[in-house]
Design a protein around this ligand. Structure first.
Ligand code: HEM
Length: 316
Protein backbone atom coordinates (compact mmCIF):
# COMPACT_ATOMS: atom_id res chain seq x y z
CA UNK A 1 0.00 0.00 0.00
CA UNK A 2 1.32 3.46 -0.85
CA UNK A 3 2.73 5.35 2.13
CA UNK A 4 0.69 8.36 0.95
CA UNK A 5 -2.63 6.74 1.90
CA UNK A 6 -3.64 7.91 5.35
CA UNK A 7 -0.64 10.22 5.73
CA UNK A 8 -1.73 13.33 7.68
CA UNK A 9 -0.44 15.99 5.25
CA UNK A 10 -0.25 19.09 7.46
CA UNK A 11 -0.33 22.05 5.08
CA UNK A 12 -3.66 23.72 4.38
CA UNK A 13 -2.23 26.99 3.00
CA UNK A 14 0.74 28.00 0.86
CA UNK A 15 2.50 29.90 3.63
CA UNK A 16 3.19 28.47 7.07
CA UNK A 17 2.85 30.36 10.33
CA UNK A 18 2.42 29.09 13.86
CA UNK A 19 -1.22 29.07 14.89
CA UNK A 20 -3.48 27.28 17.32
CA UNK A 21 -5.15 25.16 14.68
CA UNK A 22 -6.66 22.62 17.08
CA UNK A 23 -9.99 21.07 16.06
CA UNK A 24 -12.53 19.36 18.29
CA UNK A 25 -12.64 15.59 17.75
CA UNK A 26 -16.00 13.96 17.24
CA UNK A 27 -16.03 10.99 17.74
CA UNK A 28 -13.56 11.34 20.55
CA UNK A 29 -10.23 9.55 20.21
CA UNK A 30 -6.85 9.84 21.86
CA UNK A 31 -4.97 7.14 19.93
CA UNK A 32 -4.85 5.53 16.46
CA UNK A 33 -3.72 2.03 15.51
CA UNK A 34 -2.09 1.94 12.05
CA UNK A 35 -0.54 -0.75 9.83
CA UNK A 36 2.84 0.04 11.45
CA UNK A 37 1.52 -0.93 14.90
CA UNK A 38 3.65 -4.02 15.48
CA UNK A 39 6.98 -2.65 14.25
CA UNK A 40 6.56 0.66 16.07
CA UNK A 41 5.61 -1.01 19.35
CA UNK A 42 8.66 -3.28 19.02
CA UNK A 43 10.86 -0.22 18.46
CA UNK A 44 9.30 1.61 21.40
CA UNK A 45 9.86 -1.32 23.74
CA UNK A 46 13.49 -1.64 22.57
CA UNK A 47 14.12 2.04 23.28
CA UNK A 48 12.43 1.80 26.68
CA UNK A 49 14.57 -1.20 27.53
CA UNK A 50 17.86 0.44 26.48
CA UNK A 51 17.21 4.05 27.50
CA UNK A 52 14.51 3.97 30.14
CA UNK A 53 15.69 7.13 31.87
CA UNK A 54 15.52 9.04 28.60
CA UNK A 55 12.13 7.65 27.52
CA UNK A 56 10.13 7.64 30.76
CA UNK A 57 9.90 10.25 33.50
CA UNK A 58 7.28 10.90 36.16
CA UNK A 59 6.70 12.92 39.28
CA UNK A 60 4.95 11.10 42.15
CA UNK A 61 1.94 13.47 42.04
CA UNK A 62 1.10 12.24 38.50
CA UNK A 63 0.17 8.74 39.67
CA UNK A 64 -3.64 9.20 39.79
CA UNK A 65 -3.68 10.70 36.28
CA UNK A 66 -1.43 7.87 35.11
CA UNK A 67 -4.04 5.34 36.32
CA UNK A 68 -6.81 7.31 34.66
CA UNK A 69 -4.85 7.37 31.39
CA UNK A 70 -4.29 3.62 31.56
CA UNK A 71 -8.01 3.01 32.05
CA UNK A 72 -8.94 5.38 29.23
CA UNK A 73 -6.50 3.95 26.70
CA UNK A 74 -7.04 0.26 27.46
CA UNK A 75 -10.81 0.86 27.17
CA UNK A 76 -10.37 2.81 23.93
CA UNK A 77 -8.17 0.11 22.35
CA UNK A 78 -10.72 -2.58 23.23
CA UNK A 79 -13.73 -0.63 21.99
CA UNK A 80 -12.13 0.53 18.73
CA UNK A 81 -10.21 -2.67 17.84
CA UNK A 82 -12.12 -5.50 19.56
CA UNK A 83 -10.44 -8.14 17.35
CA UNK A 84 -7.01 -7.14 18.59
CA UNK A 85 -7.56 -5.98 22.18
CA UNK A 86 -9.73 -7.01 25.13
CA UNK A 87 -10.20 -5.01 28.31
CA UNK A 88 -12.42 -5.96 31.23
CA UNK A 89 -12.84 -4.21 34.57
CA UNK A 90 -14.95 -5.78 37.32
CA UNK A 91 -14.72 -3.59 40.40
CA UNK A 92 -11.01 -2.94 40.64
CA UNK A 93 -10.00 -6.19 38.95
CA UNK A 94 -8.69 -5.50 35.46
CA UNK A 95 -7.77 -7.75 32.56
CA UNK A 96 -6.13 -6.57 29.31
CA UNK A 97 -5.21 -8.69 26.32
CA UNK A 98 -3.15 -7.66 23.29
CA UNK A 99 -3.52 -10.16 20.44
CA UNK A 100 -0.72 -8.62 18.34
CA UNK A 101 1.77 -9.80 20.95
CA UNK A 102 -0.26 -12.62 22.54
CA UNK A 103 0.05 -10.82 25.89
CA UNK A 104 -2.23 -10.64 28.93
CA UNK A 105 -2.05 -8.35 31.95
CA UNK A 106 -4.14 -8.70 35.09
CA UNK A 107 -3.98 -6.09 37.84
CA UNK A 108 -5.95 -4.22 40.45
CA UNK A 109 -6.88 -0.68 39.43
CA UNK A 110 -4.91 1.90 41.47
CA UNK A 111 -2.84 -0.78 43.19
CA UNK A 112 0.78 -0.18 42.13
CA UNK A 113 1.92 -3.42 43.73
CA UNK A 114 0.01 -5.43 41.07
CA UNK A 115 1.99 -4.09 38.07
CA UNK A 116 5.73 -4.08 37.37
CA UNK A 117 5.77 -0.68 35.70
CA UNK A 118 4.18 2.69 36.40
CA UNK A 119 0.71 2.81 34.80
CA UNK A 120 1.72 5.27 32.04
CA UNK A 121 4.81 3.23 31.24
CA UNK A 122 2.66 0.09 30.98
CA UNK A 123 -0.13 1.47 28.80
CA UNK A 124 2.35 3.35 26.56
CA UNK A 125 3.87 0.01 25.55
CA UNK A 126 0.59 -0.88 23.79
CA UNK A 127 0.08 2.29 21.72
CA UNK A 128 2.13 3.95 18.98
CA UNK A 129 1.68 7.38 20.57
CA UNK A 130 4.04 9.12 22.94
CA UNK A 131 2.06 10.03 26.06
CA UNK A 132 2.48 13.16 28.17
CA UNK A 133 0.53 14.14 31.29
CA UNK A 134 0.26 17.86 31.94
CA UNK A 135 -0.78 18.55 35.52
CA UNK A 136 -3.28 21.43 35.63
CA UNK A 137 -2.29 23.41 38.74
CA UNK A 138 -3.65 26.77 39.88
CA UNK A 139 -0.57 28.52 38.42
CA UNK A 140 -0.34 26.74 35.07
CA UNK A 141 0.17 23.46 33.22
CA UNK A 142 3.20 21.42 34.23
CA UNK A 143 4.75 18.40 32.55
CA UNK A 144 4.38 15.80 35.30
CA UNK A 145 4.81 12.48 33.48
CA UNK A 146 5.75 11.27 30.05
CA UNK A 147 6.61 8.26 28.00
CA UNK A 148 8.48 9.73 25.06
CA UNK A 149 10.25 7.45 22.60
CA UNK A 150 9.92 9.44 19.36
CA UNK A 151 10.69 13.09 20.17
CA UNK A 152 11.50 15.65 17.51
CA UNK A 153 14.73 17.05 18.92
CA UNK A 154 13.64 17.63 22.53
CA UNK A 155 14.45 16.04 25.83
CA UNK A 156 11.97 14.70 28.38
CA UNK A 157 14.64 14.82 31.11
CA UNK A 158 15.11 18.54 30.41
CA UNK A 159 11.42 19.52 30.45
CA UNK A 160 10.24 17.27 33.29
CA UNK A 161 8.39 19.42 35.82
CA UNK A 162 8.50 22.50 33.55
CA UNK A 163 5.61 24.85 32.94
CA UNK A 164 3.95 25.06 29.50
CA UNK A 165 5.34 28.52 28.62
CA UNK A 166 8.91 27.60 29.61
CA UNK A 167 8.74 24.37 27.59
CA UNK A 168 7.95 26.48 24.53
CA UNK A 169 10.61 29.14 25.15
CA UNK A 170 12.99 27.80 22.40
CA UNK A 171 10.26 28.24 19.73
CA UNK A 172 10.89 31.49 17.78
CA UNK A 173 8.27 34.23 17.98
CA UNK A 174 5.88 32.11 20.03
CA UNK A 175 6.10 34.38 23.08
CA UNK A 176 5.16 37.52 21.09
CA UNK A 177 1.57 38.88 21.03
CA UNK A 178 0.75 36.62 23.98
CA UNK A 179 0.41 33.68 21.56
CA UNK A 180 1.60 31.00 23.95
CA UNK A 181 -0.50 32.44 26.82
CA UNK A 182 -3.56 32.21 24.56
CA UNK A 183 -2.75 28.58 23.75
CA UNK A 184 -2.35 27.83 27.46
CA UNK A 185 -5.70 29.49 28.23
CA UNK A 186 -7.29 27.44 25.44
CA UNK A 187 -5.92 24.21 26.96
CA UNK A 188 -7.02 25.17 30.48
CA UNK A 189 -10.59 25.59 29.18
CA UNK A 190 -10.81 22.15 27.52
CA UNK A 191 -13.89 20.49 28.98
CA UNK A 192 -13.66 17.10 30.73
CA UNK A 193 -14.04 14.18 28.37
CA UNK A 194 -13.39 16.18 25.19
CA UNK A 195 -10.39 15.87 22.86
CA UNK A 196 -8.78 18.30 20.41
CA UNK A 197 -6.35 17.58 17.61
CA UNK A 198 -3.64 19.54 15.84
CA UNK A 199 -0.68 18.72 13.58
CA UNK A 200 2.91 19.76 13.91
CA UNK A 201 5.48 19.15 11.18
CA UNK A 202 9.23 19.06 10.78
CA UNK A 203 11.73 17.45 8.44
CA UNK A 204 14.18 14.66 9.20
CA UNK A 205 17.11 13.61 7.09
CA UNK A 206 16.71 10.02 8.25
CA UNK A 207 13.78 7.65 8.44
CA UNK A 208 14.22 7.42 12.21
CA UNK A 209 11.25 8.05 14.49
CA UNK A 210 13.49 8.45 17.53
CA UNK A 211 15.32 11.73 17.15
CA UNK A 212 15.84 12.91 20.74
CA UNK A 213 18.01 15.87 21.65
CA UNK A 214 20.30 13.46 23.50
CA UNK A 215 21.42 11.72 20.27
CA UNK A 216 21.46 14.82 18.03
CA UNK A 217 25.12 14.21 17.09
CA UNK A 218 24.14 10.85 15.53
CA UNK A 219 21.19 11.94 13.37
CA UNK A 220 21.66 15.74 13.01
CA UNK A 221 24.90 15.41 11.01
CA UNK A 222 23.00 13.99 8.01
CA UNK A 223 21.58 17.46 7.36
CA UNK A 224 24.87 18.35 5.68
CA UNK A 225 24.56 15.45 3.23
CA UNK A 226 21.44 16.65 1.37
CA UNK A 227 21.82 17.50 -2.32
CA UNK A 228 19.24 18.16 -5.03
CA UNK A 229 20.07 14.67 -6.33
CA UNK A 230 19.60 12.66 -3.11
CA UNK A 231 16.90 14.77 -1.36
CA UNK A 232 14.11 12.43 -2.47
CA UNK A 233 15.73 9.49 -0.69
CA UNK A 234 17.09 11.25 2.39
CA UNK A 235 14.41 13.74 3.31
CA UNK A 236 11.27 12.75 5.21
CA UNK A 237 8.34 14.93 6.14
CA UNK A 238 7.65 14.22 9.80
CA UNK A 239 4.15 14.94 11.06
CA UNK A 240 2.99 14.71 14.65
CA UNK A 241 -0.74 14.29 15.15
CA UNK A 242 -1.15 15.74 18.61
CA UNK A 243 -4.27 15.26 20.73
CA UNK A 244 -5.25 17.03 23.93
CA UNK A 245 -7.73 15.36 26.26
CA UNK A 246 -9.03 16.56 29.63
CA UNK A 247 -9.05 13.64 32.07
CA UNK A 248 -12.52 13.80 33.69
CA UNK A 249 -11.56 12.36 37.10
CA UNK A 250 -8.31 14.21 37.84
CA UNK A 251 -8.73 17.23 35.55
CA UNK A 252 -5.20 16.97 34.22
CA UNK A 253 -4.49 17.00 30.49
CA UNK A 254 -3.36 13.99 28.48
CA UNK A 255 -1.29 15.00 25.43
CA UNK A 256 -0.77 12.20 22.88
CA UNK A 257 1.65 12.45 19.97
CA UNK A 258 1.42 10.08 16.99
CA UNK A 259 4.40 10.50 14.65
CA UNK A 260 4.22 9.74 10.92
CA UNK A 261 7.09 9.85 8.42
CA UNK A 262 6.77 10.20 4.63
CA UNK A 263 9.78 9.96 2.33
CA UNK A 264 10.03 12.88 -0.09
CA UNK A 265 10.06 10.47 -3.06
CA UNK A 266 6.60 9.32 -1.92
CA UNK A 267 5.31 12.81 -1.14
CA UNK A 268 6.04 14.10 -4.67
CA UNK A 269 3.80 11.41 -6.14
CA UNK A 270 0.92 13.65 -5.10
CA UNK A 271 1.11 16.68 -7.41
CA UNK A 272 -0.89 18.95 -5.16
CA UNK A 273 1.20 18.03 -2.07
CA UNK A 274 4.40 18.65 -4.06
CA UNK A 275 3.28 22.18 -4.96
CA UNK A 276 1.98 23.02 -1.49
CA UNK A 277 5.07 21.65 0.24
CA UNK A 278 7.29 23.62 -2.16
CA UNK A 279 5.41 26.88 -1.48
CA UNK A 280 5.62 26.38 2.28
CA UNK A 281 9.36 25.63 2.28
CA UNK A 282 10.09 28.50 -0.12
CA UNK A 283 8.22 31.08 1.96
CA UNK A 284 9.13 29.77 5.44
CA UNK A 285 10.48 32.59 7.62
CA UNK A 286 14.21 32.53 8.37
CA UNK A 287 13.76 32.02 12.12
CA UNK A 288 11.39 29.05 11.74
CA UNK A 289 13.66 27.57 9.01
CA UNK A 290 16.59 27.81 11.42
CA UNK A 291 14.60 26.45 14.39
CA UNK A 292 13.35 23.46 12.38
CA UNK A 293 16.92 22.71 11.25
CA UNK A 294 16.18 23.20 7.53
CA UNK A 295 18.60 26.11 6.83
CA UNK A 296 21.58 23.88 5.92
CA UNK A 297 19.81 22.22 3.01
CA UNK A 298 16.86 24.48 2.11
CA UNK A 299 18.42 25.54 -1.25
CA UNK A 300 19.10 21.94 -2.27
CA UNK A 301 15.62 20.86 -1.20
CA UNK A 302 13.98 23.65 -3.23
CA UNK A 303 16.08 22.70 -6.28
CA UNK A 304 14.91 19.09 -5.96
CA UNK A 305 11.26 20.17 -5.74
CA UNK A 306 11.61 22.66 -8.64
CA UNK A 307 13.18 19.93 -10.84
CA UNK A 308 10.22 17.68 -10.14
CA UNK A 309 7.62 20.34 -10.80
CA UNK A 310 9.41 21.15 -14.08
CA UNK A 311 9.42 17.45 -15.02
CA UNK A 312 5.69 17.28 -14.39
CA UNK A 313 5.08 20.37 -16.55
CA UNK A 314 7.08 18.80 -19.41
CA UNK A 315 5.13 15.55 -19.19
CA UNK A 316 1.75 17.25 -19.36
C1 HEM B 1 0.07 20.55 26.35
C2 HEM B 1 0.82 19.84 25.62
C3 HEM B 1 2.04 20.32 24.88
C4 HEM B 1 3.33 19.97 25.16
C5 HEM B 1 3.82 19.05 26.27
C6 HEM B 1 4.17 20.64 24.17
C7 HEM B 1 5.54 20.51 24.12
C8 HEM B 1 6.34 21.05 23.13
C9 HEM B 1 7.77 20.85 23.02
C10 HEM B 1 8.63 20.02 23.98
C11 HEM B 1 8.20 21.51 21.93
C12 HEM B 1 9.64 21.59 21.43
C13 HEM B 1 10.31 22.78 22.10
C14 HEM B 1 11.83 22.79 21.87
O1 HEM B 1 12.27 23.12 20.76
O2 HEM B 1 12.55 22.45 22.82
C15 HEM B 1 7.04 22.13 21.33
C16 HEM B 1 7.06 22.86 20.18
C17 HEM B 1 5.97 23.55 19.70
N1 HEM B 1 4.71 23.58 20.25
FE1 HEM B 1 4.05 22.54 21.84
N2 HEM B 1 3.37 21.36 23.33
C18 HEM B 1 2.07 21.20 23.72
C19 HEM B 1 0.96 21.74 23.12
C20 HEM B 1 1.01 22.67 22.12
C21 HEM B 1 -0.15 23.30 21.54
C22 HEM B 1 -1.62 23.06 21.93
C23 HEM B 1 0.28 24.15 20.61
C24 HEM B 1 -0.63 25.02 19.76
C25 HEM B 1 -0.27 26.02 19.02
C26 HEM B 1 1.76 24.04 20.55
C27 HEM B 1 2.60 24.71 19.71
C28 HEM B 1 3.93 24.41 19.49
C29 HEM B 1 4.72 24.92 18.38
C30 HEM B 1 4.24 25.85 17.29
C31 HEM B 1 5.99 24.37 18.50
C32 HEM B 1 7.16 24.53 17.53
C33 HEM B 1 7.17 23.31 16.65
C34 HEM B 1 8.03 23.34 15.40
O3 HEM B 1 8.13 24.36 14.73
O4 HEM B 1 8.55 22.27 15.02
N3 HEM B 1 2.13 23.13 21.49
N4 HEM B 1 5.93 21.83 22.07
Amino acid sequence: MSRINGFPFPFTKNQYAYSNDSVLLDPLKTITVTDDYKSEIELKRKLLHKHHDRCFRSLPLSIESQWETLLLIFSELASRKPDSFIFEKKGNECFFQNHFFEEEVTFLFRDASTIDLEPLDLVGRHVQEDLIIMGDRHDGLFLEAGQLCFPSNWSLAFVQGMEFKSIHSPVPGIQSDGFIQKVERFISKIRPGTAWERKNWSITVTNKLDTPLETYSEWGKHRKEVTAENAGDLIHLRVEVQRLFRLPMNHDVLFTIHTYLLQLNDLIQNESWLKTFYQNIKTLSEDITEYKGISTYRTELLRFLENHMEKERMER
